[in-house]
Write a protein that binds this ligand. Structure first.
Ligand SMILES: *Cc1c(COP(=O)(O)O)cnc(C)c1O
Length: 399
């Protein structure tokens, strides 16, 4: 695999040179004031990216999966009922994690390619008169299928049902690349990891927790030690950590937030939309379909592309890696072999995306797919050429 080519996997994402340099630091004493000086701004910056003023930001040495475990183990008690939809590998894995914690799962099975069903959730929540459901899980961006679910609609469902359940959101492949509004959507826990929208190496679980979640934490009875929010909040109050923090990643997180805010979060989201739309034009030109069943569900960070019957999506990924040194995502779980995925989150430009589209196209033609060479690239070029390029505009302003 070439290290010169960008990756098109939906995490870990490409690390910009600026962030590679930022994380290359000598050892810094985490009990010194120098650490407090980088840690405070990192927490404040995470809150701005999550769009929360009332909640707290928490950072654990871990990954997104650890963030799920932290959310579940801090807020829930054995036997608690939890409502979730299963519509892809990541929603499935979160359900599995809850089961292993002894929680009582109320699962809505959805077709892979569908989103979280707000109306169905509302009916279930309205019928739960005793409020036995303690939490509702939402995978904001199902990375396995390229489906974005409507978190605001789930908040509406909770409010319409007058239900007090906590709203826990997996934003691992959306936060910092797609619009996310923790306070406005009434999210109680938002989870992400450093290696997706924040464009860093893996190693941080990044969470936002609401006041309501902090209150629920006091009486929750699932065991937790490493991920105990109470220890973390107490240490954070004086600028510290309850154990050794990954100092270089926290320094990198500051640099990452600096990059995102310099571009402007709105521009970051617009860039991801434009890039994703170019990929979708290419898919259309190839005569292929996305796994996401309708446009309102389209993810701006990853496209899962259905391969024609009789063809193998995993072969496209293996061939692109072997012949061209470019990484794409394979189909996971129920859609294994049926899709391949182009990840376009984090550090990504129109020009990088074009190279990914061109490579996927070559791989498919090599494998005998009924796809015309150049068709997808031309469709994406036309889109990128004619839509406003905020990245270029930002570069020009800075010059
Ligand atoms: C990547 C991802 C995860 C898992 O995160 P890790 O950092 O690999 O533990 C969870 N949910 C979603 C939606 C993801 O994309």
């Amino acid at each position: 695999m070439s290290t010169q080519n960008p990756v098109f996997i939906p995490g870990p994402t490409n690390i910009p040179e600026e962030l590679r340099r930022a994380v290359d630091v000598p050892t810094l004493d985490h009990r010194s004031s120098a650490f407090i000086e980088v840690f405070g701004p990192a927490l404040a910056g995470v809150k701005r990216v999550l769009k929360t003023e009332t909640g707290e930001a928490l950072i654990f040495p871990s990954t997104g999966t650890g963030g799920w475990e932290a959310a579940v183990s801090n807020l829930l008690s054995p036997g608690d009922r939890v409502l979730a939809a299963r519509h892809g590998m990541f929603s499935h894995r979160w359900i599995d994690l809850c089961r292993r914690h002894g929680l009582d799962m109320e699962i809505v099975e959805e077709k892979w390619g569908e989103g979280v069903p707000g109306e169905r959730f509302e009916r279930i929540l309205s019928a739960d008169r005793t409020h036995s459901i303690r939490a509702v899980l939402v995978c904001h961006n199902e990375t396995a299928t390229g489906v974005r679910s409507d978190v605001a609609a789930v908040r509406k469902a909770l409010d319409a049902a007058g239900h007090p359940a906590l709203l826990l959101v997996d934003g691992v492949s959306s936060i910092a690349s797609m619009d996310f509004r923790m306070d406005e959507w009434g999210v109680d826990v938002a989870v992400t990891g450093s290696q997706k929208g924040f464009m860093l190496p893996a190693g941080l679980a990044i969470l936002g927790v609401s006041r309501k979640a902090i209150e629920a934490m006091q009486s929750a009875r699932l065991p937790r030690t490493f991920f105990d929010f109470r220890d973390m909040l107490k240490a954070n109050a004086t600028g510290g950590f309850p154990y050794t923090p990954p100092v270089n990643l926290i320094i990198g997180l500051n640099a990452s937030i600096g990059m995102l805010e310099k571009e402007g979060l709105c521009n970051v989201f617009a860039r991801h939309y434009r890039i994703a739309e170019g990929v979708r034009r290419a898919v259309d030109a190839w005569g292929l379909k996305l796994c996401a069943v309708e446009p309102r569900l389209y993810s701006q960070t990853v496209s899962a592309i259905r391969v024609p019957p009789g063809f193998d999506g995993s072969a496209v990924v293996a061939h692109a890696a072997e012949k061209y040194g470019v990484a794409f995502g394979t189909g996971l779980g129920e859609v294994a072999g049926k899709v391949f995925r182009i990840g376009h989150l984090g550090s990504m430009t129109d020009v990088m995306a074009l190279s990914g589209i061109a490579t996927a196209e070559m791989a498919m033609v090599d494998l005998g797919f009924p796809v015309r060479l150049g068709s997808g690239v031309a469709a994406a070029q036309e889109h990128y050429r004619t839509s406003v390029n905020t990245h270029g505009a930002t570069a020009k302003r800075a010059a």
